[in-house]
Design a protein around this ligand. Structure first.
Ligand code: FES
Length: 246
């Protein structure tokens, strides 16, 4: 893992709340897989005290990596930024997979979007469930094959049992400021809606602050049945059946 320079080639609007940045990046970042992330720093000042932002790419095409960011942030085409990666492990998709459920609760679904096109190309059905504040995320730029369902912040949406029972795997992103509490509620909800929750079925995408991003500082520890794990190494997606959420 190293920090490399990236050039912002293009900035375009994705919807009314988000923009997409096409980046020319170091070849070491082009092996990134869905679920892995990058740490972003805007300039060459390595002494600046702020934590680097966690960025989840939404696409890779040849030598261009595409990032999605809120429209409130400002980026200039032609400017250089600094990226460290790769952070974490790819999403652990099952080999035989027919239906995937992606869930965003009170946050944009950006960390979940990178696998959408590859899944559709592999004939996997994709449903995107937008709950609470996530409902404000407009989806016209997503492939038409993606089924979109809206629900409220209290985890209510139409035909919940069908949605949950139909999915072979579920990946969920929540607002980082309420991460553990939200995943706890999701665990309770899924245990109500399904008879059992098998391993490798329900994954939470964790986004705690990552001061180091390489497993060296213990700032991102999360408790599991086998002891604490570092999210920056074992995540960001963790199997909720393995966590201590109580
Ligand atoms: S951010 Fe330092 S161990 Fe994970």
């Amino acid at each position: 893992m190293k920090e490399t320079q990236a050039l912002i080639q293009r900035v375009r609007r994705a919807n009314s709340t988000h923009q997409r940045l096409d980046l020319s990046v170091d070849s070491s970042l082009l092996t990134l897989k869905a679920g892995q992330a990058l740490l972003y720093r805007p300039d060459g000042d390595t002494l600046q005290p702020y934590l680097r932002d966690l960025w989840f790419p939404v696409d890779i095409d040849k030598d261009t990596l595409t990032i999605e960011r809120p429209i409130s942030e400002h980026y200039e085409p032609g400017s250089v930024i600094y990226l460290t990666g790769l952070i974490g492990k790819p999403f652990r998709f099952r080999r035989t997979l027919r239906n995937v459920l992606l869930v965003a609760h009170d946050t944009a679904p950006t960390p979940l979007l990178m696998p959408v096109n590859p899944l559709i190309r592999n004939q996997v059905s994709v449903t995107l469930l937008l709950l609470g504040d996530a409902s404000a995320y407009e989806t016209d730029h997503l492939p038409p094959e993606v089924e979109i369902i809206h629900g409220d912040g209290d985890f209510q949406w139409p035909a919940r049992v069908t949605t949950v029972g139909w999915a072979d795997q579920v990946f969920i992103t929540v607002a980082p400021e309420a991460e553990i509490e939200s995943f706890r509620r999701i665990w309770q909800l899924f245990t109500e809606l399904r008879h059992d929750i098998p391993p490798s079925y329900l994954f939470g995408v964790f986004r705690p602050p990552f001061p180091c991003g390489v497993g060296a500082c213990d700032a991102c520890l999360v408790g599991t049945g086998k002891g604490a794990v570092r999210v920056c190494v074992e995540g960001p997606a963790l199997d909720l059946t393995e966590l201590k959420l109580q």
